[in-house]
Design a protein around this ligand. Structure first.
Ligand code: FO1
Length: 348
């Protein structure tokens, strides 16, 4: 059993931890032995103080490795900030982006390996030898990609500056993934998307995380184009695809994804986000509050092809809730099955 998820940072990491716990507790030996691959967005990556930082990969690695700062959602627990304060005392920036001392160890080691010529995917493997996330962690690409944000006031800033320093308070008009057009998928990425028994889209940021890997349907100006070949691998490969809406109770669950959707003129609703992947989805999980928008098993007003829409409790309030959500998404995908294969399970 091969399961692939396309993930961003905190939402993707918590969903994947839930998936791992759901699988470990399963009475079905096939599920207990499933190979999980996470294809992770690298468009948030940045170079700071000469060090290469890969926030989404690290968030998934630390969360699944049991070392994440749980309340914060990113970074390591039991952190200190001595080096960051020393750098601030020298007046060297960016002061708005804090790197913990323990976390800095990861960035120094990663940067050293990259300088020695190791591709990012090999570097990630090496880091995972320590953190043991219990799944195959793949960067979407070995080539550097950086999201730049075009702002309504005319400036263009790195995604981290918009997200962390400005807290997305200045409206964006579009996103540019520098390096993405020329980037190639990292080894194993296309196969993981095409050949899986189930592909899951966790409730990650639909624009700058999932959108950077898979692109978006609908030709929205300013939208990410997606990693070359990824959307096609998923669409043509025949793996059943189930997505989880990041919109819950009419609001994005976490972070400021609504500011990303607003930049593209996409409403921050379960329907609005679902339509960004209408050509890919076999099923789209929305929360119980969006039930009113359901017309049978389709979303009222949704474009044809959006797949079945099922209402499920989406709030990952704790690890048990995240495991239940991941289990519901997986069961739904397995009920769809690969084309030509009989569904292995009855619909959830
Ligand atoms: N997020 C913050 O809000 N403030 C920070 O200072 C910050 C530092 C940071 C360092 C390493 C890392 O891996 C992540 C970090 N994040 C920080 C989180 C992160 O940059 C963003 O939340 C994501 O890129 C959005 O997915």
């Amino acid at each position: 059993m091969r399961i692939t998820a396309v993930a961003g940072g905190v939402g993707g990491a918590r969903f994947l931890r839930g998936l791992k716990e759901h699988l470990a507790a399963s009475p079905d030996p096939e599920l207990r032995g499933a190979q999980v691959t996470a294809v992770v967005n690298t468009g948030d990556d940045a170079t700071m103080h000469g060090l290469r930082i890969t926030p989404d990969l690290d968030t998934v690695m630390y969360t699944l490795g049991g070392a994440v700062h749980e309340e914060q959602g990113w970074g390591l627990r039991d952190e200190s900030r001595v080096v960051s304060s020393e750098l601030a005392a020298y007046g060297t920036g960016p002061g708005w982006f804090t790197l913990g001392d323990r976390d800095l160890g990861t960035h120094v080691f990663r940067t050293q390996m990259l300088r020695e010529g190791l591709p990012l995917s090999r570097v990630v493997e090496r880091l995972c030898e320590r953190w043991q996330p219990g799944l195959r962690l793949l960067p979407m690409s070995d080539q550097p990609v950086e999201t730049h944000v075009h702002l309504a006031d005319g400036r263009t800033v790195h995604f981290q500056e918009w997200w962390v320093r400005l807290r997305a308070s200045v409206p964006a008009t579009g996103f540019e993934q520098v390096g993405l057009e020329a980037a190639t998928p990292a080894p194993g990425v296309l196969e993981a998307l095409a050949d899986a028994d189930a592909v899951l889209l966790p409730p990650s940021n639909p624009v700058v995380s999932v959108g950077t890997v898979l692109g978006l349907a609908g030709g929205h100006p300013g939208a990410p184009l997606g990693l070359p070949g990824a959307r096609e691998a998923l669409r043509d490969g025949g793996a059943p695809v189930v997505g989880v809406s990041p919109v819950l109770g009419g609001r994005v669950v976490r972070g400021m994804a609504d500011a990303c959707l607003a930049a593209l003129g996409v409403p921050a609703t379960a329907l609005g986000v679902g339509e960004l992947h209408a050509d890919l989805l076999d099923a789209w999980l929305v929360d119980d509050a969006a039930d009113g928008d359901l017309d049978g098993t389709t979303l009222r007003g949704a474009a044809p092809g959006c797949g079945r829409v099922l209402a499920r409790p989406l709030l990952m309030s704790d690890r048990a809730a995240a495991a239940a959500l991941a289990g519901a998404a997986l069961e739904t995908a397995l009920a769809v099955g690969r084309p030509g294969s009989r569904p292995t399970r009855s619909p959830a």
